[in-house]
Design a protein around this ligand. Structure first.
Ligand SMILES: NC(=O)c1ccc[n+]([C@@H]2O[C@H](COP(=O)([O-])OP(=O)(O)OC[C@H]3O[C@@H](n4cnc5c(N)ncnc54)[C@H](OP(=O)(O)O)[C@@H]3O)[C@@H](O)[C@H]2O)c1
Length: 280
């Protein structure tokens, strides 16, 4: 496993396991156990995913020392306020059955995220979270936060895959020393992702799948990846990306795939904003 060091010195694995859309307790627990047994040491959950309890149980039952597993969770915007973010963090700790969470993110830069961030800064000072960050910040929002907050986000978790590469966001994160983390590294399977001709032809040279090529591409850009799967063989496949390297030519071929926009969420559509506010 490769690691990246966050701005406060905390070490974070470069590849983790995402558990979005696994609401069933037993299924989530089984998937996380499979991932831990395979060698994953980062689990990415969220209050909105409804599976923090399953993650906590899987980690405990794995027998792996707690300090060897990096757990990320996220606070949903219905809890965004100075007091709300602190209370929500305590609830995450209770559900995880842990005295701390390694990384706590604010799930969207919406609502009272300024107040919520100050709440997270308090949790950081109290040692209840080891690192704090944001999710879904576009570059102008991230720059504004970095110019505003006393403690800058240590991570910005955003959608990043070959069809939505977010070059400007990546540059902004590098400028402010914010570690980039890619959600939906496979574009959630859209556009026939796993059969994409560019990704599969590159993969053929190395005996790797399109999924592995896409993960490797983000890793080589310095981006942490958190693929999700409920299938054991795919869980193992997605971790097997540290024994090959893409050439500059491969990287350039993938760079040409960028559509420059998301096909999963549209943060510029008022209907999406209303929808996100209606959850939780
Ligand atoms: N911060 C945010 O707002 C946000 C938003 C979305 C996601 N996330 C995080 O990012 C994680 C990953 O994103 P995601 O789950 O949305 O999408 P993703 O990882 O891009 O794609 C997951 C899909 O790909 C399939 N898959 C996985 N590995 C495969 C392989 N090797 N070959 C073929 N199919 C494969 C999975 O199917 P099976 O499960 O059936 O194998 C699933 O349908 C989430 O789990 C979550 O932790 C964060």
């Amino acid at each position: 496993m490769e690691y990246v060091t966050l701005s406060n010195g905390v070490r974070m694995p470069m590849l983790g396991f995402g558990v979005f859309q696994i609401p069933d307790h037993e299924e989530a627990k089984r998937a996380v156990r499979t991932a831990l047994d395979a060698g994953y040491r980062l689990i990415d959950t969220a209050q909105a995913y409804g599976n923090e309890r399953a993650v906590g149980e899987a980690v405990r039952e794995s027998g792996i020392p707690r300090e060897e597993v990096f757990i990320t969770s996220k606070i949903w915007l219905s809890d965004f306020s100075f007091e709300g973010a602190q209370a929500a963090t305590e609830r995450t700790l209770e559900r995880l059955g842990s005295e701390y969470v390694d990384l706590m993110l604010l799930h969207q830069p919406m609502g009272d995220y300024i107040g919520a961030w100050r709440g997270l800064e308090k949790m950081l000072a109290a040692g209840k979270v080891r690192a704090i960050g944001m999710a879904n910040c576009y570059p102008h929002v991230l720059a504004d936060l970095c110019e505003t907050f006393a403690v800058r986000p240590m991570v910005n978790q955003v959608e990043m895959h070959p069809f939505f590469q977010q070059g400007r966001n990546l540059e902004t994160m590098r400028f402010y020393g914010v570690v980039p983390e890619a959600w939906a590294p496979f574009d959630e399977g859209k556009r026939n992702f796993f059969w994409d001709p560019v990704l599969t032809s590159i993969g053929r040279k190395y005996g790797k799948s399109a999924a592995q090529v896409a993960l490797r591409w983000n890793l080589q850009r310095g981006v942490v990846v958190i693929p999700k799967s409920v299938h054991a063989e795919r869980i193992r496949e997605n971790l097997d990306v540290f024994d090959f390297a893409l050439t500059d030519e491969d990287m350039a071929a993938i760079a040409a795939m960028d559509l420059g926009r998301s096909e999963i969420v549209d943060h510029f559509d008022p209907q999406w904003i209303r929808f996100l506010h209606s959850i939780g």
